[in-house]
Write a protein that binds this ligand. Structure first.
Ligand code: ATP
Ligand code: MG
Length: 381
């Protein structure tokens, strides 16, 4: 009875998934039950319009978003959007079990100790990692707190409003991305226990690593290396501007030690010679070394925090993971194989409406937006 009433009282809002990324703006429309792809749009983010997690040119972004919505021919205006990893701080803290009201107050006070800006300039959210009813009375509760600067959130919301979009939820990118592999996360492993998973998202200006057991978050961490670092390394090494370096990275970039075979594949094309695998690898190697080192350290840190657990599976997503050979090298650093996420796999797709090979090529960059879109058709909490 209570459920029925709730359904009457809560209008079911369906929302688009939107990622305002540093490299790409991405929109996804998903229809509910069963989740069905209705439409998508992607556009390069105008150069310099987003930097360091901040929107430097809100009107320019809003204009692009308006065109994307028009292109998709959707009438939805509600969006589930994400906050840049660079603009949000998350921490998992432990507090004694208490009532929900007391918890709210306690979190507020605790948060002040962890957040490097004045608490009244921050938008704060939190969530117990386990349902409070399942935590024994005298135990500690793990709570994740997320804090973003009020200014950053206001700027994002205003940009969306200028695009005539109405944000209903702001989410954290890697958590959104993980929603696309929820079927795996919530299935048992071979011995019936919940699988322990790492999820690595490599964006243009930030990356993040999440460790979870089943769908329960264990740890997460932002990483300092992402797609732009590879582009910048190429730009420096070959004396190219950023945009040219970006193009060269896509055409010739590689993250593996070149084999004889690859060398012998070269013809006498001048560009191929200039950006040959050996030179490319030399240019990129310092970034790779930093990236793998950071991953190893993060995993060590996770293990110190949660104990020496066995990881059952690794996923990788984000446009930055498209660098040839990168998933292999990063997986090696973590001591496991990283599977590229296919965010479309969980959606019904009308193959006469969408080009499946296009979707496949854009799977890495659409993992976060599809995850945001899925939140938009699931009951909003
Ligand atoms: N073929 C490719 N090879 C190497 N890198 C690629 C390739 N295609 C895309 N990228 C990189 O992927 C990144 C863009 O991916 P994505 O769209 O996921 O980023 P974003 O969501 O805009 O960034 P962020 O989430 O950090 O704000 C860029 O760094 C781009 O250089
Ligand atoms: Mg991204």
């Amino acid at each position: 009875m209570r459920n029925l009433l709730n359904q009457w009282l809560q209008p079911h809002i369906e929302a688009l998934g939107l990622e305002v990324g540093a490299a790409n703006l991405k929109l996804v429309e998903i229809g509910a039950s069963p989740p069905t792809l209705r439409g998508y749009a992607i556009r390069p983010t105008p150069h310099g319009a987003i930097h360091g997690g901040n929107i430097n040119d809100p009107s320019l972004i809003a204009a692009e978003l308006r065109e994307m919505v028009a292109e998709m021919q959707t009438r939805k205006k509600y969006v589930v959007a994400s906050v840049s990893n660079l603009a949000v701080i998350t921490r998992i803290i432990q507090v004694p079990k208490m009532g929900e009201k007391e918890l709210e107050e306690a979190i507020y006070w605790e948060a002040e100790r962890y957040i490097p800006f004045p608490i009244d300039e921050v938008v704060l959210d939190y969530e117990p990692l386990d349902p409070l009813t399942e935590v024994p009375d005298d135990a500690q509760v793990d709570v994740i707190i997320a804090a973003a600067r009020l200014e950053t959130i206001t700027q994002l919301v205003e940009t969306l409003k200028e695009a005539r979009l109405e944000p209903v939820v702001l989410d954290i990118k890697p958590f959104a991305g993980m929603r696309t592999v929820e079927n795996y996360l919530s299935g048992g492993s071979n011995d019936g226990s919940e699988p322990v998973t790492v999820f690595l998202e490599v964006g243009a200006e930030s990356s993040s690593l999440v460790l979870s057991r089943g769908t329960r978050l264990l740890m997460n961490r932002n990483l300092n290396i992402s797609g732009n670092d590879f582009t910048e390394a190429i730009s420096k090494s070959f004396g190219l501007d950023f945009d040219s370096a970006e193009e060269i990275k896509r055409d010739y970039g590689l993250a593996t030690i070149p084999t004889e075979d690859e060398e012998s594949l070269l013809d006498f094309d001048a560009d191929r010679e200039r950006f040959n695998p050996a030179r490319m690898y030399d240019a990129i190697r310092p970034v790779l070394v930093d990236f793998t080192t950071e991953l190893r350290r993060s995993l060590e840190f996770f293990r110190v925090q949660v104990g020496d657990i066995h990881i059952d599976k690794g996923f990788i997503a984000g446009g930055g993971s498209k660098l040839r050979g990168l998933p292999g090298i990063l997986g090696e650093a973590l001591g496991l194989q990283l599977e590229s996420v296919d965010p479309w796999a969980g959606l019904l797709i009308n193959e006469s409406q969408f080009d499946v090979s296009d979707l496949h090529n854009m799977a890495p960059e659409f993992t976060v937006p599809v995850g945001l879109g899925l939140r938009g058709v699931n009951p909003l909490d």
